[in-house]
Design a binder for this molecule. Structure first.
Ligand SMILES: [Fe+2]
Ligand SMILES: [Fe+2]
Length: 206
């Protein structure tokens, strides 16, 4: 994939007057059901959404803020399956046309700085970037453990991180870059994901 073609070449997203505006959860799922057929991708977005909401809650943010973080996670890869070459430009434009909060849109726009060319700035931006790849690797690890997430520990996850052949598509470079930017140690981040995971393995029809 040519990274250059994925660059968004902009740094402002959404409209100031839409600050604080969200779409209801059923509308978000309607959009997902329209755009995404791959259940694994839906499960990934739900997992990231759940982690985002849980993190916002631990930070003591209000319920409406938790929902804004949740939405950023839930929709961040919505256009990936249908239009991989235009990921994440199309979901950004869609949310702009629906008048969604610029902070939510910006978080989505910065979830892959080396691809989209948008630096994560806010906490929401940084945590979406931090949870994205790491949760994918941890989920893959849970699928190969008979007990899933039960009894999983930081040491085991770090072993998989070091083993480059495990979930090889997951960028280790992005994971450590994201943890650095978030100012959270990798151990802490892993611990948070493990504790707050949702077990989506039923979605995988194993
Ligand atoms: Fe993505
Ligand atoms: Fe993702």
């Amino acid at each position: 994939m040519n990274f250059e073609s994925m660059k968004l070449n902009r740094d402002r997203f959404g409209k100031d007057e839409d600050y604080g505006k969200v779409i209801p959860e059923d509308e978000a799922f309607e959009l997902l059901n329209d755009w995404v057929k791959n259940e694994k991708l839906i499960a990934h977005m739900k997992q990231v959404a759940h982690l985002m909401a849980a993190f916002a809650e631990t930070k003591g943010l209000s319920e409406s803020d938790q929902y804004r973080w949740y939405l950023a996670g839930l929709l961040h890869d919505a256009d990936w399956e249908k239009w991989p070459e235009s990921h994440c430009r199309l979901i950004i434009e869609e949310l702009e046309s629906r008048g969604v909060d610029p902070e939510i849109i910006r978080a989505i726009a910065s979830h892959g700085p080396k691809y989209f060319g948008v630096e994560p700035k806010s906490d929401m931006d940084k945590m979406l970037y931090a949870f994205d790849e790491l949760s994918g690797l941890i989920h893959a690890y849970s699928l190969m453990r008979p007990e899933g997430y039960v009894g999983m520990n930081v040491k085991g996850v770090k072993k998989r991180l070091k083993d480059k052949s495990f979930a090889a598509q997951v960028s280790r470079e992005d994971i450590s870059d994201a943890a650095n930017r978030a100012g959270i140690s990798l151990d802490e981040l892993i611990q948070f994901v493990v504790i707050n995971q949702i077990d989506t393995r039923d979605k995988f029809l194993l």
